[in-house]
Design a protein around this ligand. Structure first.
Ligand code: PLP
Length: 385
């Protein structure tokens, strides 16, 4: 199958995913895989999860869409779950990039300032504002002029603190830089940035919804953002995004200030409500315990392999940085043959984002396959030298 009618904006592997059950996926040739991708951090509860499935199916028999011209109890329930007892309000969007657009607009409108400080190797999305805040020249290439007023600093670098001045509308960062190579922020540095900012915006699009073992990754670092954004895992596969901000920001986001036709769609909201209800402290404790087992296994089985430069990340968001002799796509393809789906990130990094509900036996089986493939490839490279 070669796709004929779609712009070639994605480099695709030559098979299609046609079904999923639990933490396994099936392709169009009937081959099954253990899934270490979760649809790039989206299907954190796996596939055909009975309660989410039931919530969506039930909503489909009622209303699919209403405009945002009417009150909406379901949206308010999801917003309440996101606020989690804090004095925060939610603006719904349809994706991560849209949530970040909303954050950018709100930060500028509320403060009356234009400056935004973002970080090198960040990723915030592909629309103009989010792309302009993305510290990756490849993603911005060909699209100038970008949104003005955005400057960049080095992530995890104390010199960045000097760039946080009162002239800024906001600072935006990921607690773990995902697309940029799965680099976790250092706790002391993140806390120093948070303390110095007048407005901190945390992009939890990839790190949120239990990915790092916390509801939102910032909670695990003791941070307190003024605004945070979430998407990907929020509805376990239905398109939704959300910007969550302090209640007092509402003065700048009144009627007519922002909006979107599909934002807060009823079917997506039904899924999100179920996802957030299931994201309990008990589940998060389990995710952290499982992640600990995974990191122990990575340390003993994967880290010593000569082609592995370092392993970075947090919780179930993992980057295995490979020597340039072993192109990451070659590893991904070999793992596909072995029945394991994985991702890449940054600079030749194998990225793992398993569903957060994956049990230890499957997690450890996947790590064992990675160790096996990397060991084989190391031997091949050494033999060819
Ligand atoms: N922000 C982060 C941290 C992301 O990882 C992504 C997507 O990978 C986005 C924003 C953009 O999200 P979306 O693709 O839903 O627009």
């Amino acid at each position: 199958m070669t796709m004929q009618h779609v712009f070639p904006t994605y480099q695709r592997f030559p098979f299609a995913i046609t079904d999923g059950q639990g933490v396994h996926l099936t392709d169009n040739h009937g081959k099954t895989y253990l899934d270490f991708t979760a649809g790039i951090g989206v299907c954190n509860f796996g596939y055909h999860q009975p309660q989410i499935q039931a919530a969506v199916t039930q909503q489909l028999t009622h209303i699919w869409h209403t405009s945002n011209l009417y009150e909406n109890e379901l949206q308010d329930a999801v917003a309440g779950l996101l606020a989690n007892g804090e004095e925060r309000l939610v603006y719904f969007a349809n994706s991560g990039t849209e949530a970040n657009e909303a954050a950018l607009k709100l930060a500028r409108k509320y403060t009356g300032k234009t400056g935004i400080l973002a970080f090198q190797h960040s990723f915030h999305g592909r629309t103009y504002g989010a792309m302009s805040m993305t510290g990756n020249p490849h993603i911005q290439a060909g699209y100038a002029p970008l949104v003005p007023g955005i400057t960049f600093a080095t992530y995890n670098d104390d010199a960045a603190l000097d760039k946080i001045t009162p002239e800024l509308a906001a600072v935006i960062l990921e607690v773990v830089q995902g697309e940029g190579g799965v680099f976790a922020g250092q706790t002391a540095w993140l806390q120093a940035v948070n303390a110095k900012c007048q407005a901190t915006g945390i992009d939890e699009v990839q790190t949120g919804i239990g990915r790092t073992g916390y509801r939102m990754a910032y909670e695990g670092y003791g941070l307190d953002p003024d605004i945070y954004t979430v998407a990907k895992g929020l509805a376990n596969g239905l398109p939704v995004g959300a910007m969550v901000g302090r209640r007092q920001l509402a003065t700048a986001f009144g009627p007519g200030s922002h909006g979107s036709t599909f934002a807060g769609n009823a079917v997506a909201m039904a899924a999100a409500k179920r996802v957030l209800t299931q994201l309990t402290p008990a589940l998060l404790t389990t995710v952290r315990a499982h992640a600990k087992l995974v990191w122990q296994s990575l340390a003993t089985q994967v880290e010593p392999i000569p082609v592995v430069k370092q392993i970075t990340g947090k919780g179930l968001m993992i980057g295995i940085h490979l020597d340039e002799q072993i192109p990451v796509n070659q590893v991904i393809t070999r793992l596909q043959v072995e029945g394991l789906l994985t991702l890449s990130a940054g600079d030749n990094t194998l990225r793992l984002l398993p569903p957060i509900v994956m049990q230890p036996a499957d997690l450890l089986a996947g790590i064992a396959l990675i160790a096996k493939v990397l060991t084989t490839l190391t031997t091949e490279v050494t033999t060819n030298e």
